[in-house]
Ligand binder design. Sequence first.
Ligand SMILES: Nc1ncnc2c1ncn2[C@@H]1O[C@H](COP(=O)(O)OP(=O)(O)OP(=O)(O)O)[C@@H](O)[C@H]1O
Ligand SMILES: [Mg+2]
Length: 518
Amino acid sequence: MTSTPLISVRRVSKRYPGVLALEDISLEVAPGELLAIVGENGAGKSTLMKILSGVITEYEGEISLRGQTVRFRGTRDAERLGISIIHQELNLVEQLSAAANIFLGRELRTPWGLLDQAAMDQGAAELLDQLECLIDPRAAVRQLRVGDQQLIEIAKALSLETGILIMDEPTSALTESEVARLFRVIDRLRARGVTVLYISHKLDEVFRLADRIAVLRDGRLVEILDRRQTDARAVTHLMVGREIEETDLSSPRQPGEPVLEVEHLWLPWPGHARGWRLEDISFSLRRGEILGIAGLMGAGRTELLECLFGASADRPAGRIRLDGQEVLFQHPAEARQAGVALVTEDRKRLGLFDRMSVGQNITLCTLDRSLRHGLLSRRREDQRAALIVEQLGVKTSSVNAPITSLSGGNQQKAIIGRWLLTQPKILLLDDPTRGIDVGAKAELYRLMDQLCRQGLGIIITSSELPELLALCDRILVLCEGRQTGEFARAEATEHRIMEAATMRRAMANVSLDCERFS
Ligand SMILES: Nc1ncnc2c1ncn2[C@@H]1O[C@H](COP(=O)(O)OP(=O)(O)OP(=O)(O)O)[C@@H](O)[C@H]1O
Ligand SMILES: [Mg+2]
């Protein structure tokens, strides 16, 4: 590195009880560069970034900023020196508005010391505008989808006039067009001289954005590579320390009889111009089949899964049959009883119980199976959890460790494990590989394939089309709440799916054009 480093990390280590999360890391970041940080789940990426942004204050080693040694006592210290972090797991106050979240702790006030709501709404609107994000700044965060929430976090960092922006998997909940939009924002920030540290599991993003790529493995820095002198294969190899076997999912599965039949499902959308979140959806799922649901953000993928699970805010109309029995679940507990399992897209909000251990989080839905003479057998509970931990390769020091001590990807695996224990007839997975590393993804694909071959029916949504194409027997495409395509494996291509996923909008444009010319 020729110029004086902006950040230098010297011999930093971080120890947790039973885990050495970071071991003797030294690296430098040049002003204005974009350094990508990659590594498997649990490699230590988030930990390193939390140290750099003042979230973690206890560690060994030294950090300096423009040659000055710094020791942050909290995120405020880091923010004052122009370092902001956008966390992997969303960190917003759900009941507050977008604007209130952006200005949280730095509320704008009138000359009389009152909260200046109008100025904050205005400021928030401008920031969100820069991100091409079209939500109402007064909307409560709770009502927004994960993708929009993530953009609010980014707006918040922008509002701090950050010189060093740390992004921990910022695109994990974004659709392709939102990712493209985010990249435009990053390009603009870099043109202004902002230095970016960027964690991602998606190597195509890393290669699109990075100047250099730091590879972490098991808490150590394996290597820092110049992006122009390496490729994805080499980086993957350094990350996992072995070749990843390509999961061969090509051998055809033999789906059995229908386990789920959905006919004319409508989900109302009170107070919204469109009137319906889902309009007249019909499809079926067979035993031993993987059905993919594709669509852009807002297409209704999550809503559809929620309907099937009795978890939608409004009551759907239509017919749903499970194993030939008519069902329309009013509550998730009923769905679970009947053999439906849902792994939600937002694990923090709907899936994880922060104050519980890894084991308790896994066995939560099936505690009845840990009973002995009517009492909860802790040992039995631990055994069942340990089995899942092993089967799914959850990286944890023990089943008794707090769930919050697991890396993001490993938390996700624990939740999937929880639902597998319920031995469901159908498994609904809402973007399950979000934030999961390449190795764990391959394991998860294998697991899904295997479960399917044992007769489970799986419905999966994903924001990554190649994933759906590789995994699914059939793909259903939604666009703005309507079913705009259904493709068997052999006829599904990325192009055809995208076409169906944007059908409505394309037609709207056509009609606009017609108006113009008429
Ligand atoms: N609060 C904590 N208590 C105990 N162990 C922790 C804690 N936070 C992280 N760890 C452990 O430190 C290691 C590194 O975790 P970290 O979250 O930095 O991984 P990561 O590279 O960000 O992974 P992912 O890709 O899954 O987000 C993991 O083994 C994790 O279990
Ligand atoms: Mg992480």
